[in-house]
Design a protein around this ligand. Sequence first.
Ligand code: ZN
Ligand code: ZN
Length: 356
Amino acid sequence: MNSKSAKPETCQVAIFNEPNQTLEIRHEAIPVITNDELLVRVNACTICGSDLHTITGKRKEDTPTILGHEIIGDVEAIGSTPRFDLKGTQIKKGDRLTWSICISCGHCDRCEESIPQKCGELKKIGHEQFEPVSGFLGGFAEYVLLPKTTAVYKIESDLEDEVLCPANCATATVVAACRQLRAITEKKVLIIGAGMLGLTATAYLKTHGATCVTVVEPDNKRREQAFEFGADEITADIQSLSGKFDAVLDFSGSSAAIEAAVQLLDIHGTFVLVGTVAPSPAISLDPEFLVRNLIQLVGVHNYRPDDLGAAMSFLEETASQFPFRELVEKSFKLVDINEAIDFALREKPIRVMVRP
Ligand SMILES: [Zn+2]
Ligand SMILES: [Zn+2]
């Protein structure tokens, strides 16, 4: 074996092995396109609350894995088949991209029923087991290898990575949640939880014509941020609310808050449940209240590719009106990811960024 072929080029990855342990920084061979994937070089990845849930053992993943799904990257190499983005633009080397967290097969019953986010063969970015050379699906790494069915979006604006990283998680999920509402214009909406999703939803609803957005959030700093994202009314305590709402969106996952909020729905109201992504206490519901008031209860998990397209359009049109950039409080190098995670767990900023 000569020395030239013996050493493949390597790249840095941060591997999650088990909860409450530091991530392992490793050097692995750069992934290789074998099946029309897209090889993307990661520019930045923000740490999502769900990454922290996995790291602290609240959510289980097959290990070892590369976490991180809120990624912006540049196309490094393209398989033999031409690739097009959600707008129909052909992808070229060097294009700056975001992409859907949900990778669907496109042909199973669920995909054909327009719920590709629940595809029978669904893979999720930042949630799959790591495989050397072929299985690079997380953002806490220098490269990601996107399967050929991944819905991608070519970024043509010059918005910063700090604004765009959460687009394929929080923003697209907010679009999917708001798609469940019968109407937004001139409606009164209650948002529970002012994290990344609640703040984004506040801005989304206000720019789509909601008359009044009320936000419930126990944290002082996040309540102030909710004002900056357009909230009309903010409270720390849901019990202090007495008005009626046309819609409620829960991003908190708090069973107690959900139970209290159902009673606040007006006739023909819609309740969208988004935040409950871990086992939570059961709640009691009064079926007669739901029946007599024509209440609609909807669960939202993951999103469709078109939700990502709408999320990107929303950010491109409105990012200058809201302080999205400020939600990323600090940026770390990938090699210092364990410091970044400690900071995120300790200070609870809305987002922390990691860059290779
Ligand atoms: Zn996320
Ligand atoms: Zn499918």
